[in-house]
Write a protein that binds this ligand. Structure first.
Ligand code: GDD
Length: 342
């Protein structure tokens, strides 16, 4: 029988990869889109026309009740959130409302629509919850110490999920995902900012890369690998929480150096990187590195794309995109791409 999945945050990076994966598994995929994201919804309609789009907002319980009652999915993946940590310092209430309370609204909507507890729910928890880390590497038992309004909201949402699982026997699983990037990453995130600006530098369109703290270290994986873990979590009879990570950590500086090296630019950091305090955060997460051995053991999940390959994919994608935007001959760009691909 065809399974039906509802995805919130369908217009984001993970929403796209997950929808693609579920469609390949013959799911009927329903994506929830809010009014502010309508334009992105229209472009998603071109890329993935099979996805049925419904209007709903994590800030509004009535709309969530309606969407769930109308669709009655087998699985719900809650990827919707204000997901940019930097912005959360500027809009802490909005972040708490969507990223934190929005999850509680979803859980309540499911609880009343599904008394038989048939719906399986996935919550996008985050490694930002570890914040000022208490141990390294971080696993499912590492205490949380969030360092941003975003992290605080994710901790609230995570605890709410565990509570609804324990209190009401709901099938709720949380994936504690470490940073995951790719060709569809938003430009406000550091990896995409780096690869798109370096692509511009290579093509002579830009001459500086303006960043904040480049010493921060992250465990960076590929988004396409991580959505597979989300799906696997909901295929388990027993709901649970899992850390999803590569187990390797690199600084922002390492990311920049790797990207410059790939396009054969020496001393790229000295020549092009400028620091601007506006990109610094009031409190920073200095180091993240995850231990995903539980996911490996129980879900049989391991990441496939390594760090260098990730940087390569993002850089090639941005070179092609920038060439298209600026009407640069693709033949010229192909030579650079061949160099990266060696
Ligand atoms: N965005 C951004 N822009 N970050 C910068 C910049 C800049 O110009 N310069 C330095 N950084 C540093 C940030 O201070 C942070 O330490 C690091 O680069 C990564 O920042 P982001 O790419 O914005 O990601 P994040 O780690 O804060 O959060 C991402 O990963 C979380 C999982 O740990 C987001 O995807 C979250 O939604 C996700 O939960």
């Amino acid at each position: 029988m065809t399974k039906k999945a509802l995805i919130t945050g369908i217009t984001g990076q993970d929403g796209f990869h997950l929808a693609e994966l579920l469609l390949s598994k013959n799911y009927e995929v329903v994506g929830m889109v809010n009014r502010q994201r309508e334009e992105l919804g229209n472009s998603l309609r071109k890329d993935l026309p099979e996805v049925i789009q419904v209007r709903g907002d994590l800030a509004d319980s009535t709309s969530l009740n309606g969407v769930i009652a109308e669709t009655m999915p087998d699985e719900i993946y809650n990827l919707g959130a204000i997901s940019f940590v930097g912005l959360s310092f500027k809009q802490p209430e909005l972040t708490s409302n969507i990223t934190g309370l929005g999850v509680l609204r979803m859980l309540e909507a499911i609880r009343s629509a599904d008394p038989e507890r048939k719906i399986r729910f996935y919550q996008a928890s985050s490694s930002e919850m570890f914040g000022k880390v208490r141990e390294t590497p971080q696993n499912e038992n590492t205490p949380f110490h969030p360092r941003s309004p975003y992290g605080v909201s994710k901790v609230f949402a995570h605890h709410a999920c565990v509570n609804y699982r324990e209190a009401y026997g709901m099938h709720v699983s949380c994936g504690i995902l470490f940073n995951h990037e790719g060709e569809r990453r938003g430009h406000e995130f550091v990896t995409r900012k780096i690869t798109s600006t370096i692509a511009q530098i290579v093509l002579g369109i830009s001459d500086k890369l303006v960043l904040g703290n480049i010493e921060a270290k992250r465990d960076w994986g590929y988004a396409g690998d991580y959505v597979e873990a989300m799906w696997l979590m909901l295929q388990q009879e027993i709901p649970d929480d899992y850390v999803i990570a590569t187990g390797e950590t690199y600084s922002v500086k390492d990311f920049i150096e790797t990207a410059f090296n790939l396009v054969n630019i020496q001393d790229g950091i000295e020549r092009y990187v400028k620091q601007d305090p506006q990109f610094m955060r009031p409190s920073e997460v200095d180091l993240l590195v995850g231990d995903s051995s539980k996911a490996k053991r129980i879900l049989n999940w391991t990441p496939k794309v390594g760090f260098k390959e990730l940087v390569k994919r993002m850089l090639i994608n941005d070179l092609q995109l920038q060439a298209k935007i600026h009407q640069i001959d693709l033949q010229d760009v192909k030579q650079i791409i061949n160099l990266i691909d060696q």
